[in-house]
Write a protein that binds this ligand. Structure first.
Ligand code: DX5
Ligand code: ZN
Length: 223
């Protein structure tokens, strides 16, 4: 199933409640946590994520661009996020962490920076519900989709098929009405979109258009 997860990173944080209302037709709200160490930007931490959870009916997907995820990620599961996604580069015990997130009632994701090979997590993917492939260098919204990530998306989809994994393949960064078609064809099925949603005049219409474009370009379409 194709899913659109709008990122609230570049929304008007002073009007969080209103900004969350704009994306009520989305599947999940994607919340980017940045610590100014793992990435050169600081967004927010647990208190703001708790405020998001309190003010939206949408499930929340927490993308943790923070160091020492083994220590900090479980609190996001306890807070009620539907899925918690630390970076592979920031966890030393991903299997233990995935099991801990599951024990706390959340789904477990694992994210890869553009230069981190799939092989870094290939052997532990069975522990996870979602693989997040960054399609920009993490840290900021509004960047351009890195086209050379398409083969990585394709290989991830092949791996999921070959192993029969129950794993969503999420792409994050530079997703627009154009790039979403290529990412979907390559095999992604969950799409994070920040500026494509929040810079549109009508966020709900933008979400619907993205969903339609992704669905008509699904990798298995017509097979
Ligand atoms: C970047 C974040 C993204 C970002 C996406 O590090 O992980 O979720 O907000 O924004 P766009 O869609 O504008 O690239
Ligand atoms: Zn993100």
């Amino acid at each position: 199933m194709t899913a659109i997860h709008p990122s609230i990173l570049n929304c008007d944080i002073a009007d969080l409640r209103g900004e969350l209302k704009k994306i009520a037709g989305a599947d999940v709200a994607h919340v980017d946590v940045m610590d100014n160490h793992f990435v050169p930007n600081l967004s927010w931490g647990l208190p703001v994520v708790e405020a998001v959870l309190a003010h939206t009916c949408l499930p929340v997907d927490a993308h943790l661009m923070i160091r020492d995820a083994d220590r900090w990620a479980p609190a996001y599961a306890e807070a009620g996020c539907q899925i918690v996604t630390p970076h592979a580069e920031a966890t030393t015990a991903p299997v233990r962490l995935a099991r801990e997130l599951h024990r706390l009632g959340a789904g477990a994701g694992i994210a890869l920076r553009p230069a981190t090979p799939l092989e870094a997590v290939a052997d532990v993917l069975g522990e996870f519900d979602l693989l997040l492939l960054m399609t920009v260098e993490p840290g900021f919204g509004g960047q351009s989709f890195i086209e050379s990530m398409l083969p990585k998306i394709r290989r991830a989809r092949e791996l999921v098929g070959a192993r029969g994994l129950d794993l969503r393949v999420q792409v994050d960064g530079g997703i627009t009405i154009q790039s979403i078609e290529r990412a979907a064809e390559a095999g992604a099925d969950v799409f994070v979109a920040g500026s494509a949603v929040y810079r549109a005049d009508d966020a709900l219409a933008a979400i619907a258009e993205l969903r339609e474009a992704a669905a008509t370009h699904r990798h298995d379409h017509g097979r």
